[in-house]
Design a protein around this ligand. Structure first.
Ligand code: DX5
Ligand code: ZN
Length: 224
């Protein structure tokens, strides 16, 4: 069953509680934390996550595009995030960090930028609850989906199956009704969508439609 995680990066930051209600039925709420160092953009941090946690029942999927996640990521788990994603390129000790996030009760997830290979992290996959394959360069919403990431999604799915893992495979960036089926066929099962959801007239309906599309394509992906 596919899961949809609408990114509030494309929402109105002055009305986040309303914007969370607007995606009723979403599996997660994707919260992009950017520090203007790891990526050339600045968004929000812990105080906003703490407030948002109290404002919605949808579990928070925090995507940390920050330097020094070893120092900061555990605090997002403490703040009540259901899932905490740090970037492989920024983490000094990813195994220790993933264990720390899990010990604090959150799902531990690691993200790879488009040019970062997954193979070097094969042995570490059992430490993770989810791997995020970025399908754009992180930093901004509304960018075009990078098709060159599809083979990596496929290879990641093969590694997950090879090791018999139950971890989830998330894609983030340019995911829309035009691209979600390709992602699902390649093996992704958690889909972040910012502009495709919040740019829609009815965001909740967009979530449901994306999930239907992904489920249909995943079925075809398995059959093929
Ligand atoms: C980009 C962020 C994404 C972004 C996706 O760095 O990680 O979560 O919000 O936005 P769309 O879906 O519009 O590409
Ligand atoms: Zn994101």
């Amino acid at each position: 069953m596919s899961q949809i995680s609408p990114s509030i990066l494309s929402a109105d930051f002055a009305r986040l509680a309303d914007e969370a209600r607007a995606v009723d039925g979403a599996d997660w709420l994707h919260v992009d934390v950017m520090d203007n160092h790891f990526v050339p953009n600045l968004t929000l941090g812990l105080p906003v996550v703490e407030s948002l946690r109290r404002a919605t029942d949808i579990p928070l999927d925090c995507h940390l595009m920050i330097e020094a996640p070893d120092r900061w990521a555990p605090q997002y788990a403490e703040a009540g995030a259901g899932s905490v994603t740090f970037h492989a390129e920024a983490a000094a000790a990813p195994v220790r960090l993933a264990r720390e996030i899990r010990a604090l009760g959150a799902r531990a997830s690691m993200a790879l930028k488009p040019a970062t290979a997954v193979e070097q992290y094969e042995d570490l996959l059992p430490e993770l609850d989810m791997l995020l394959v970025m399908t754009v360069e992180p930093g901004f919403g509304g960018q075009a989906f990078l098709d060159l990431t599809l083979p990596k999604i496929r290879r990641t799915r093969q590694l997950i199956e090879k090791h018999g893992l139950t971890m989830w495979l998330q894609v983030d960036g340019g995911v829309s009704e035009a691209t979600i089926e390709r992602c699902a066929e390649a093996g992704a099962d958690v889909f972040v969508a910012g502009s495709a959801v919040y740019g829609a007239e009815d965001p909740a309906a967009a979530v449901a439609a994306l999930r239907r599309q992904a489920d249909g394509a995943a079925h075809r992906g398995c059959a093929g």
